[in-house]
Design a protein around this ligand. Structure first.
Ligand code: SF4
Length: 451
């Protein structure tokens, strides 16, 4: 059975308080949407309950990125209908209302992604808002957080202007829609005030932030601020916490954030999804394809900021990928020596343009290329981590138990990168940032002694 979110950190004293069950599926971006809806609900005085029986209504925030996620979402909706009966659906799969109605005609309302206001007005319709009592409402100022308290995702825009042939995000989420810079910075400030020590900036295309509004000047704290990734980073840097950038394209203006990294203002970490290195495959993917320029840019970035950690993701076995294309990818990996790499075997997604491409790569070859790719990357990753031996690094603590603490260095994003193990250090506190000396390294993780 799916687990409903349990964010009720202010137990209700009244039986009449309306109660909502909430199921959040999918990626961190979806989690941010869930946080926003929950923040609003709790601000209005609803309780969020972890069981179907207690809930007056259940919201399912769905994912529709790949077919297995669609299936999982449909099953979760079915379960909520059986167990509770009153169900509102939102999120990515909500953009395909017919597909949901065909399987679950009894769903009360369906909305697409980032329709916070509509979701709330539907909730008000079926389960009327309680009379707000400021003495009972203990909603934390920063809103409800579903991630551990010391780090938080900061979503700066929705949608995407690219049309990568393997991806259906633009058809589900629409073109780029940047949030007001003042509102993003307000949210960041609230999170920091509430104890967040690390902000993870996310969107479908972080470096394009503000392009849709022609980088208009907004206001924050009474001063003009441009709606752009660089201005955003400059302002976030003033909050005194770790700021990590995800989903950044290697556009020329990304060069301007590297000095901020070199000066220690934001984390020297860039997550750039490159997907391939063969010009032919990049063209078939409809991705910007200047591999030479990407390599030059990486070289220059490292000259300005030697501490820079680069993370990327790649797809192997894309339709039309020959052994020669794959070799180009391996050559790129050898030359770029990226620190962290994720690799996916291509699989068709319903509705994606790439499904029509000729020459699909047989599964056995995909598998074999995936292993060759990962083997090479493992070796590079291990070598990169060996270079850290004996160095003193900053570590943010994620967990502490009776054996010691587990944290992350500036080079490790939560959930996707490696860990730093601090064996025996049981008195450290979650969220604390400490200094430690690296004593051991393997392919992905480090071991260190706290200073
Ligand atoms: S950049 Fe490409 S892969 Fe990423 S969301 Fe946009 S269309 Fe999809």
């Amino acid at each position: 059975m799916s687990t409903l979110l349990d964010n009720n950190n202010h137990p209700s004293t009244e039986n009449t308080t309306p109660k909502i069950g909430f199921l959040s599926l999918g990626c961190p971006k979806n989690l941010v949407d869930s946080e926003r809806i929950l923040t609003e609900l709790r601000t209005e005085g609803y309780d969020v309950v972890p069981s179907y029986d207690d809930a007056d209504l259940v919201i399912v925030n769905t994912c529709g990125f790949i077919d297995s996620a669609v299936q999982e979402s449909l099953e979760a909706i079915g379960e909520a209908l059986n167990e509770n009966g009153k169900v509102i659906v939102t999120g990515c799969l909500g953009a395909r209302e017919d597909q949901i109605r065909e399987v679950h005609p009894k769903v009360l309302e369906i909305t697409g992604p980032h329709s916070y206001e509509q979701v709330l007005s539907h909730v008000h319709h079926y389960v009327p808002k309680p009379v707000h009592n400021p003495f009972l409402s203990l909603t934390p100022a920063q809103g409800v957080k579903l991630t551990p308290k010391h780090y938080a995702y900061l979503k700066i825009s929705e949608g995407c202007n690219h049309r990568c042939t393997f991806c259906i995000i633009p058809s589900m989420r629409g073109d780029l829609d940047s949030r007001e810079i003042g509102s993003v910075l307000d949210e960041a400030k609230r999170l920091v005030a509430a104890g967040v020590r690390e902000l993870l900036v996310i969107s479908q295309d972080t470096s394009a932030y503000g392009v849709d509004v022609k980088h208009r000047t907004g206001f924050w704290n009474g001063s003009p601020v441009k709606t752009s990734m660089v201005s955003l980073c400059e302002q976030l840097a003033k909050l005194g916490v770790w700021v990590r950038l995800h989903y950044v394209y290697p556009y020329p203006h990304v060069d301007d954030v590297i000095p901020l990294m070199a000066e220690g203002k934001i984390l020297p970490y860039l997550d750039i999804p490159l997907q391939h290195a063969s010009p032919k495959i990049l063209k078939l993917m409809k991705r910007p394809g200047a591999v030479e320029r990407t390599l030059e840019r990486i070289k220059r970035w490292r000259e300005i900021c030697p501490e820079l950690t680069l993370r990327s993701t790649f797809i192997v076995g894309f339709p039309g990928e020959t052994e020669e294309d794959f070799s180009l990818l391996l050559d790129f990996i050898r030359e770029a020596r990226l620190d962290r790499v994720g690799c996916f075997k291509y699989s068709p997604v319903e509705g994606a343009a790439a499904n029509e491409l000729a020459d699909p790569v047989p599964e056995a070859i995909q598998e074999e290329r995936y292993h060759r790719f990962m083997q090479l990357q493992q070796q590079i990753s291990a070598e990169r981590l060996q270079e850290k031996m004996g160095k003193t690094i900053a570590v943010i603590i994620d967990e502490v138990d009776e054996e010691g603490a587990i944290g992350r260095s500036m080079a490790d994003a939560p959930e996707i990168d490696g860990s730093v193990y601090l064996n025996g250090h049981t008195s450290l506190k979650v969220g604390e940032i400490i200094k430690a000396t690296v004593t051991h390294a393997d392919e992905y993780d480090l071991w260190a002694e706290a200073l």
